[in-house]
Design a binder for this molecule. Sequence first.
Ligand code: DCP
Ligand code: MG
Ligand code: MN
Length: 349
Amino acid sequence: FKSGTIAVQPNLNEHLTNAFQPLVDYYEIFNDEEWRKVSFKRVIDLLRSLKFKVTSADQLRSYRGIGPKVFAMIDEALRTGYITRAKEVWKSDAAVSLRDLQRVHGIGATVARDLHKRGIRSVAELREHKELLNSVQLIGLEYLDDIEQRIPRAETGAIGKFVEDTARALWPSKALAVETCGSYRRGKSSSGDVDVILTTPDQAGCPPLADLIAELHARKFIAADLTQPKDQLPVNRQGQVARKQTYMGICKLPGYKVHRRLDVKFYPREQFPFALLYFTGNDHFNRSMRNFAKRKGWSMSDEGIFSAQRQRSERIAKASRPVDTHFRTEKDVFDWLGFPYKHPTERNC
Ligand code: DCP
Ligand code: MG
Ligand code: MN
């Protein structure tokens, strides 16, 4: 394996790269203006590579690749927080199309651009051209109207409980910990999807998540799979899985009308506090905590904490975890980092 390290290079100029990104997305669509896309992309790469946070356009006077137009745009973004030209393209027909297409699960920026180039301008048009979609995108399209509806808090809790009850019935001897995370755990009155994570204190590993998903299918709770949990193996000799396992699908409670997006993840016990933290979010909170860790020389993920010069090889990354530190709870992670503890309901930043 390669032993090279990935130097941690935080983007200190997100305030500017975000302002330029819509221009890249926009010009990506027009083949004859590809050069515009490339030049804005170069600007973003340059800004991303800087070792300082730009506070005045004058700091970039000496940089080649920043012509007068881009210079004016940077100046505008710093003064007003946005770029007029980017705002215009954001409202353009093409951008409206791209955003509409990306409502479908499995359609990201790249696929949306491809579809747009093929002449598909909206979800409505997509419904007439299903031959362009893969199986996951087809499911995303089929359940789009349901999935876009917010889930009332009580229903999110009931879905979490259905998964929990099924898991406990399936593995009665496993002493499972089951938690519904995401916006639900942060106390929100409604959620976009349901995020359930599980673990077991069993040192040998976790049972196959595929078995739980099969049982949820048997109970007619899952309507469609967006991932295939069987792909997560290999299992060890005891038939147990030592790594995290993840599943995405569409579910519906018995007697309910609307289908909901469900994420289920099964983590080894020692990773659980990190998984809990990560999937509770929100993403802004996660970013600030990760940045805090980074400044102390650590890199943090849903699986654990690693020395920041994270090796390319996962195995080495695991080995670089500080020895003799056992994280039992989320609070252990806060305390170990010296990051002030926040209750889940205080993580809505
Ligand atoms: N997460 C993250 N960064 C991402 C995606 C997710 O840190 N790019 C973390 C934080 C989220 C959590 O995973 O809170 C769950 O992701 P969701 O997309 O389900 O987001 P929420 O549950 O917070 O909100 P929603 O109610 O929209 O599902
Ligand atoms: Mg969620
Ligand atoms: Mn989710």
